[in-house]
Design a protein around this ligand. Structure first.
Ligand SMILES: [Zn+2]
Length: 178
């Protein structure tokens, strides 16, 4: 950071403090050549993320859309809503900090699964069934195996399996085979 008065590149920081309700850091600096003081602000870079869809279309990342997908997968699982919003916050922050500005909808889906895997089996399987476009019982069993190998014992009762099958039936017509 060059001195705005003499362009000298080196300075020392006299004071650092949080500014803009914690969204930036304000630093008071002193030029090592001319001794004059100036202020800098440091912020987290926020840039729009573009999502590449399966269809090949691109659209801006939409957090309410992502949240809706997660809410649907978590219906009747008893997971409190703020916890679902936290998942979206974490995924958004993760996407923001990547160097690539574009992310595929597939990658986002895998990020959601990573979060749901530790949270709730039923939600995980429901989301996976839509996201991975289960084409039959084999895909379904493979996903169950994946859950088991992750060390999370799968203990679905008959009612849960029923719910999953029903949610699959509902989702099937909207699935596009790529
Ligand atoms: Zn200077």
């Amino acid at each position: 950071m060059r001195c705005p008065f003499c362009q000298f590149p080196d300075n020392r920081v006299l004071e650092s403090r949080s500014a803009e309700s914690g969204h930036s850091v304000r630093r008071r600096r002193e030029c090592l050549r001319c001794g004059r003081r100036f202020t800098t602000y440091e912020r987290i870079e926020f840039v729009p993320v573009v999502v590449l869809k399966r269809s090949g279309e691109r659209e801006s990342f939409d957090r309410s859309k992502l949240l809706q997908g997660i809410v649907t997968a978590c219906e009747k699982t008893g997971i409190p809503h703020p916890q679902l919003e936290t998942i979206v916050d974490e995924i958004e922050a993760e996407l923001q900090q990547r160097s690539a500005r574009e992310v595929s909808s597939n990658e986002i889906g895998e990020l959601v699964l990573k979060h749901l895997q530790n949270l709730n089996e039923v939600a995980y399987i429901r989301f996976a069934s839509v996201h991975r476009q289960f084409k039959g019982i084999r895909d379904f069993v493979e996903t169950l195996d994946h859950l088991q190998s992750s060390g999370d014992p799968v203990s679905l009762d008959a009612r849960q399996v029923d719910e999953i099958e029903q949610s699959q039936e509902v989702e099937t017509p909207s699935m596009s085979h790529s």
